[in-house]
Design a protein around this ligand. Structure first.
Ligand code: HEC
Length: 177
């Protein structure tokens, strides 16, 4: 046995361990941040705080903001024959809309009947097959499904289509690595 094992534990260490064990659960007085910083803007009792955090998630327009980004990326993934990236974006678009209809259940019927079923499943199946022509066709069907839902939801003035320019992700092999 080494001598260090028998050395007594210093009192200060015992004190700190005891203190950590007694730490009380976070309460109103310990939300971090003052003024503009941290979470100090979240005020009131627990229900009021959840309400304020819920408001920050926003509604379906926040969902569509994400979906629009992913739809642009999807176009370039298809153009680059980058099927795994295209499948990733289709999956994320569907997941974003599924979360969106939890927050805004009034949009659920259109989302489920016009978009989340067949258009998503057929697109993903085509991507698994890897047939470029079929995938291009499914991209167009997918776009049509976006627009059909906009019509159904009285948003017919939002007509989406393929983007003219790339934004973030470049063609595989085309980046400055
Ligand atoms: C539930 C049916 C539904 C589906 C499916 C849907 N949208 Fe939307 N979209 C909406 C609604 C509703 C709004 C308006 C949201 C609001 O303001 O509350 C909207 C708004 C938008 C906007 C404007 C967002 C903004 O505020 O700048 C864009 C862009 C958009 N959608 C793109 C798409 C794309 C791309 C798809 C398909 C990949 C799609 N949407 C699928 C219902 C849908």
């Amino acid at each position: 046995m080494s001598p260090s094992r028998t050395r007594p534990i210093p009192v200060t260490v015992l004190f700190l361990v005891a203190l950590a064990g007694c730490e009380s659960p976070p309460g109103p007085e310990v939300l971090e941040g003052q003024g503009e910083g941290g979470a100090a803007w979240i005020e009131g009792d627990v229900d009021e705080r959840f309400q304020q955090v819920g408001d920050q998630f926003a509604g379906f327009s926040a969902t569509m903001f994400e979906v629009a980004h992913r739809y642009r990326e999807l176009h370039w993934a298809v153009a680059d024959s980058n099927w795994p990236y295209a499948d990733y974006q289709v999956e994320k678009i569907a997941a974003a809309i599924e979360l969106g209809i939890i927050r805004r259940p009034g949009r659920a019927e259109s989302a489920e009947s016009l978009f989340l079923g067949e258009p998503v499943e057929r697109f993903r199946a085509a991507l698994q097959e890897g047939d470029a022509e079929a995938i291009e066709g499914e991209y167009q069907e997918f776009t049509a499904a976006c627009n059909q839902c906009h019509v159904a939801e009285d948003m017919e003035f939002v007509m989406v289509g393929p983007p003219a320019e790339r934004s973030t992700v470049v063609q595989p092999g085309g980046a400055n690595r």
